[in-house]
Design a protein around this ligand. Structure first.
Ligand code: ANZ
Ligand code: ZN
Length: 843
């Protein structure tokens, strides 16, 4: 990249404008034409837009609303790179398009400013996290303003400011009052390097997500949010959302619903039972041993009359070093120890040995497992290693086979007494029923989802508003006393306990109930709590009486789009962010919104779903790796803007590839977009005339661009616009009326250039006050789009359909295509998302 040489560059050009861009502007100047000069027009319009308040969302508008949201960034010291920019550009195009479609658009920005990274950087660089964060925010804000995005900056929020976290604390109190926040002692994931507890979600392959140290276990009293109360709603309401299927799948797997039964096994020579959870009661006759998790409470009782005590203790202490993820890993060689005790299989009274093994987890099901090596791969491996009997009870036909691995499919029952010959799926019901009559089994549902561990022994977060009184015990801070402010002068280096413990001014307080001596909770909240509700705050960011006013929530989060299916209408209309938030943030956000909905604190829609439509932006790669600071392959937008201007960079970010896919950054790609913008400039400055004109190519482009914005195919939109200008360049003249339309068409993508051209055509008002152009239907080809037909969420066929087709038209066509699949099946529900999918939910 060129170096800064002030002598060579005129005032108009910023520091390192590219030689070619400058040369071409010079050439035009010589020809007496005013060249395309992004550096002058971009800054000018950014200032004007800000001054005129063009993008201020109006809370009391009668217009329909459109809430367009970017996942707010965590302000790191590194600033934004072009990979981050991609999502911000995309959402801005949509926000501007919706504005031109006559919507009252809310497009806010703010900072997810609390959290470990800021604290760690602060510790490393010996600077207070608040100072560090403020500096990083100032840089981010500057960078984001350069995008020329229509952010409503007057609604900026910062989660680390008391004006914000007061309401995070208030949220905690609402959950606490309603028993959705509670404390318990639990083995937690502990990062020895960050010196803090991590949520399961923050442990990646048994390593700390942040610092990659190996995570260990520690028993601590911790605060939890009862997200498990919402497991079923979080699962079932996913169906109605206009989200990428892969995100839904990730959430479904995370919630992990399993239907099965609890079965009681008697312990031999004892009057006690051990209960197991199984998803396959049909395999009971094949259960040849039982395994307890090393943490299972029964083990203490067993040890009393056991000669194996030492071996058992050693084994247990070894497993305590391992994370659940390690313990469950398939590749892991099976280990275990015998307890010496036996259980009685309730279906055939067989004595089966009880083992202890780490592959059974303490906090899933009952922490005890009936083991069927013939039909469960883990049990199969365990049985082979310890030479335990393998009895096949389900078969593809009705024959026993020599099994080389577990047979996990359904099939025909064998070796199972009176159940022989039944289909395994029937036997599953029947065995459960028969045992239920004898009070030995009952149907049961299990979720993998665990309650959300929200306490952190760290400084840079919102203090948990709880006080411990010597007399009254645990007391909630009264709402009127919020915020509980973070003390500023504090030793925040980690030492295993919360740094807040070291501040006696913070720690010691009076009990709000009895006035006696008390101390404060010193843990702070996980930053995912801050981001679980921030989208509400944008609707009413300055409110100091409520977390956000009802009316404003209802307007901005209410049912915006009339085409939505019944239940989860409303919420944020368009939410853009990376796939890395598929589980954590998006699940927590849904949970908190649903919890507030259930507590009747909000009611903007029927089920509290906060994000109607989600878009995952693909990542940008360079030199074969995802762009990131740690890979050292970052391209900063700042230098490119210096060279080519913002509009060119915006265009290239869109042009690089389908927005939902990962794409390769090409250093020279942006200069092609720059030349395209020069062409636009030239056409507008040389061809407009007052003749009247009908032109099918222009009409067609209006139609195509409109449809492509709707289906978010913005890379092809840019190429269609390029084709249009190649065409226009060959024309002698363009009518004024077409020029207006094309000018508006360009505006969402290249707002500065479009605004300037609009002005040059003699318009006084902003181009964004116009409405989106229409086209002459008689002059365009009828078009079709691809619509996937799904059955129970699985794509079965893709049909070509008119993009404007409504549900009944689409359904009629689709049903015809999949008559075979629907034959004899009752359709329970049809989910239709225009231009996206039609999904038949059948029995
Ligand atoms: C007997 C059986 C036979 C099982 C068979 C499976 C297949 P999902 O589907 O993930 O819910 N299990 C139960 N509790 C467990 C625990 N705490 N740790 C590890 N495994 C546990 O898994 C449910 C199955 O995992 C249960 O069904 C149980 O094994 C095992 F052919 O019971 B099954
Ligand atoms: Zn008290």
């Amino acid at each position: 990249m060129e170096k800064y040489s002030p002598q060579k560059i005129e005032k108009k050009w910023p520091s390192s404008a590219s030689a070619s861009a400058k040369a071409s502007a010079d050439k035009k100047a010589a020809e007496g034409k005013l060249g395309y000069n992004p550096h002058v027009i971009e800054k000018k319009w950014q200032d004007k837009w800000e001054k005129s308040g063009l993008y201020k969302a109006d809370d009391s508008s009668k217009k329909p609303k459109f809430y367009c949201l970017d996942m707010f960034p965590y302000p790191s010291g590194e600033g934004l790179h072009v990979g981050h920019w991609r999502g911000f550009v995309l959402s801005d195009v949509i926000a501007r398009y919706q504005m031109l479609k006559g919507k009252n658009v809310l497009h806010p920005m703010g900072w997810d400013a609390f959290g470990l990274p800021a604290e760690n950087t602060a510790i490393k660089n010996q600077i207070h996290p608040r100072l560090f964060t403020q500096k990083a925010i100032a840089n981010f804000r500057k960078q984001l303003k350069q995008i020329g995005a229509m952010y409503n900056w007057s609604r900026e929020i910062n989660t680390s400011e008391p004006e914000y976290y007061q309401w995070t604390q208030w949220l905690f109190l609402q959950l606490y009052k309603n028993k959705l926040a509670y404390r318990k002692k639990a083995p937690v994931n502990w990062c020895p390097s960050c010196q803090t507890v991590l949520a399961n979600e923050q442990v990646v392959g048994s390593k700390c997500e942040r610092c990659e140290s190996t995570v260990t276990k520690k028993d601590l009293t911790q605060w939890f949010f009862r997200i498990t109360d919402f497991a079923e709603d979080l699962l079932k309401d996913l169906d109605e959302l206009d989200w990428p299927e892969r995100v839904k799948i990730l959430q479904r797997n995370w919630i992990g619903k399993s239907e099965g039964a609890l079965v009681k096994f008697k312990i031999d020579h004892s009057n006690q039972n051990i209960e197991v959870f199984t998803t396959r009661p049909d395999t009971l006759f094949g259960a040849t041993f039982m395994v307890l998790a090393p943490e299972h409470p029964f083990i203490e009782k067993l040890k009393v009359q056991n000669s194996n005590v030492k071996i058992i203790d050693e084994y247990i202490s070894k497993t305590r070093q391992e994370s659940d993820i390690d313990r469950e890993a398939n590749e892991k060689e099976k280990t275990g120890v015998l307890t010496g005790a036996y259980a009685i299989n309730p279906v055939n009274n067989q004595k089966i040995p009880i083992w202890i093994a780490d592959y059974v987890l303490a906090n899933y099901g009952t922490g005890a497992c009936m083991c069927v090596p013939a039909h469960d791969q883990r049990d199969f491996e365990f049985a082979q290693k310890f030479d335990l009997p393998i009895i096949q009870v389900i078969s593809q036909n009705d024959q026993q086979q020599k099994l080389k691995q577990a047979y996990t499919d359904e099939g025909m029952m064998i070796n199972s007494d009176s159940y022989n010959g039944l289909k395994s799926s029937e036997a599953k019901k029947k065995i459960t029923q028969d045992l239920a009559e004898k009070n030995i089994a009952k149907a049961s549902v299990n979720y993998r989802l665990r309650d959300w561990l929200i306490s952190r022994q760290r400084y840079w977060g919102a203090p948990i508003p709880i006080i411990y009184c010597q007399k009254c015990g645990e007391v909630a801070v009264p709402e009127k006393d919020l915020p509980i402010k973070l003390p500023e002068d504090i030793e925040f280096k980690p030492h295993g306990e919360s740094p807040l413990k070291l501040s006696s001014k913070f720690l010691n307080t009076a009990c709000p109930r009895c006035g006696g001596k008390a101390i404060r909770e010193t843990d702070t909240m996980d930053t995912f709590v801050d981001s679980s509700w921030y989208y509400f705050r944008y609707t009413d960011p300055k409110n100091n009486k409520e977390f956000a006013g009802q009316m404003k929530i209802n307007y901005w989060m209410g049912a915006g789009l009339p085409t939505r299916s019944s239940k989860s209408e409303g919420g944020v209309d368009f939410y853009v962010g990376g796939i890395e938030h598929a589980v954590l943030h998006l699940l927590y956000g849904r949970f908190i919104s649903k919890a507030l909905h259930k507590l009747k604190i909000i009611n903007f829609n029927k089920n509290g779903e906060p994000f109607q439509k989600l878009f995952n932006i693909g990542m940008i790669h360079l030199h074969g790796a995802k762009m990131s600071k740690s890979k050292g392959n970052i391209v900063s937008p700042d230098d490119l803007i210096d060279k080519y201007g913002t509009d060119a960079l915006r265009g290239y970010e869109l042009f690089i590839g389908p927005a939902e896919l990962d794409s390769q950054w090409q250093a020279l790609g942006i200069s092609g977009v720059y030349r395209f913008l020069e062409k636009i400039w030239e056409v507008f400055n040389s061809k407009i005339s007052n003749k009247t004109q009908k032109d099918s190519q222009i009409e067609q482009t209006i139609k195509t661009v409109t449809e492509e914005i709707g289906s978010l195919k913005l890379n092809t939109t840019i190429s269609h616009l390029m084709e249009l200008f190649n065409y226009l360049k060959k024309q002698k003249e363009i009518s004024e009326s077409y020029a207006r339309k094309i000018n508006i068409l360009l505006a969402p993508f290249f707002p500065h250039l479009a605004e300037e051209l609009w002005k040059l055509q003699g318009n006084q008002e902003s181009v964004f006050k116009e409405s989106w152009p229409t086209y002459d239907k008689t002059l365009v080809k009828a078009s079709t789009i691809n619509l996937p037909i799904q059955v129970n969420g699985k794509t079965r066929k893709i049909i070509q359909i008119n993009p404007e087709a409504n549900q009944s038209e689409a359904q009629k066509l689709a049903e015809k295509e999949i008559t075979q699949l629907l034959k004899g099946k009752a359709i329970k529900k049809v989910i239709f998302v225009p231009c996206r999918i039609i999904n038949f939910v059948i029995e």
